[in-house]
Design a protein around this ligand. Structure first.
Ligand code: SF4
Length: 377
């Protein structure tokens, strides 16, 4: 099973971010103490004694925690059993990563780091409300290597307001030259109720157009493939043997337990898969103190139709694609039984590639994947 732990704090909110995290005064030491105490209870109830294949410490920004707080958190995770060689990833912000925090993470068993680099242009970083600067990235990478992290990935954003091809290509090249083992490339998306969405609506800023974004994505795919990276999924590239096992578990539709405020779990209860979301910090902590399940709302049973659609969406976004036999085994029906003519029509239109029992998106159509996958909705 996969284990995710959410750290719901950030030094400040980035202009485009809709993830749940508390910033400013709401992330003060008292809030962090309350979080760690509640997480210990949550972990004790839901994870202690469990066996996990991967651990992903995400956020928010795990590295806004102090070294002592991070040590407390890694101590909490010791109450679960991890499979031999388990992958343990910590997300880190280049601006808040220190030698001491890296040492704590290593001592806590973390063997993979995911850096939120986003861009190497200080102007663009400032424009999207990131606190760190390019120099912080280089400093963080030096410290991480020195601390013994050999498996380091980075997230990069494209389509930023005013971003040039040169900005983008410099960032991608620099990350490959630095030997990063994994890159996640995302188009900047104007999530609702963010400062970026407000600026766009008011005409104060503009994202790059679809064609410019498509060109950036196509260039990166070609460049990374040539540089020895394999495309594991629409947004994810890795060097041989360095694919993110935690992500791969999500894409295979495995069960996952999410702990911490705002974290989502998908687990089977009896024979019924259910999805739950933990409450935001204050309510999460209060519910746990009262001995109650720390959920934002009731568990959502996932009906067969929802599970099928989610599975198809996730599988078709991957390099491996969807295996028809595996689909039939899981759902007791063939793809055609469920979707009728749709798969064949997409194959005939060359939007999907069919090889033996395998079905996958044509990689040249990845940028417009959503417009194809919607046919399975
Ligand atoms: S650091 Fe990450 S989680 Fe925090 S506000 Fe920025 S994008 Fe969101």
């Amino acid at each position: 099973m996969l284990l995710y732990i959410h750290v719901p704090f950030c030094a400040q909110k980035c202009a485009y971010c809709a993830f749940y995290s508390e910033a400013g005064e709401r992330a003060d030491p008292a809030a962090r103490r309350e979080y760690l105490a509640a997480l210990a209870l949550d972990f004790g109830q839901a994870a202690a004694g469990g066996t996990f294949d991967t651990l992903y410490l995400g956020g928010g920004t795990p590295t806004v925690l102090s070294p002592a707080e991070l040590a407390e958190l890694t101590d909490i995770t010791r109450r679960a059993v991890f499979a031999p060689g388990a992958e343990k990833t910590a997300e880190a912000n280049p601006g808040s990563l220190t030698e001491e925090k890296l040492a704590v993470l290593r001592a806590g068993g973390f063997n993979r780091l995911s850096l939120g680099v986003q861009s190497l242009s200080d102007t663009l970083l400032a424009r999207i409300g990131r606190r760190h600067r390019a120099d912080d990235v280089w400093r963080a990478l030096r410290l991480a290597r020195r601390a013994g992290f050999g498996n380091i990935g980075a997230d990069l954003l494209f389509g930023l307001p005013g971003q040039t091809d040169a900005d983008w290509q410099t960032a991608v090249r620099a990350m490959t030259d630095a030997g990063l083992s994994h890159l996640s490339l995302y188009a900047l998306t104007p999530e609702e109720k963010t400062p970026l969405a407000a600026d766009l609506a008011a005409g104060r800023t503009r994202l790059l157009g679809d064609d410019a974004q498509a060109d950036m994505y196509a260039w990166a795919r070609e460049y990374l493939t040539g540089a020895g990276y394999r495309q594991d999924e629409i947004s994810n590239f890795s060097l041989p043997g360095r694919a993110c096992r935690h992500n791969a578990g999500y894409w295979r539709g495995e069960e996952y337990l999410g702990l911490g405020p705002g974290a989502v779990s998908c687990l089977t209860e009896g024979s019924q898969p259910v999805r739950t979301r933990r409450a935001a910090l204050k309510e999460y902590a209060a519910l746990l103190r009262a001995g109650l399940p720390p959920l934002a709302e009731g568990a959502e049973p996932l009906d067969r139709e929802t599970r099928i659609k989610e599975y198809v969406m996730l599988r078709l976004r991957t390099r491996e694609g969807l295996d028809r036999r595996e689909f039939s085994r899981r759902f007791g029906a063939s793809l055609e039984d469920v979707f009728g003519e749709t798969p064949e029509q997409l194959i005939r239109a060359r939007l999907l590639l069919s090889e033996g029992d395998g079905l996958r998106l044509d990689p040249d159509r990845y940028f417009v994947a959503n417009s194809i996958l919607v046919k399975f909705m």
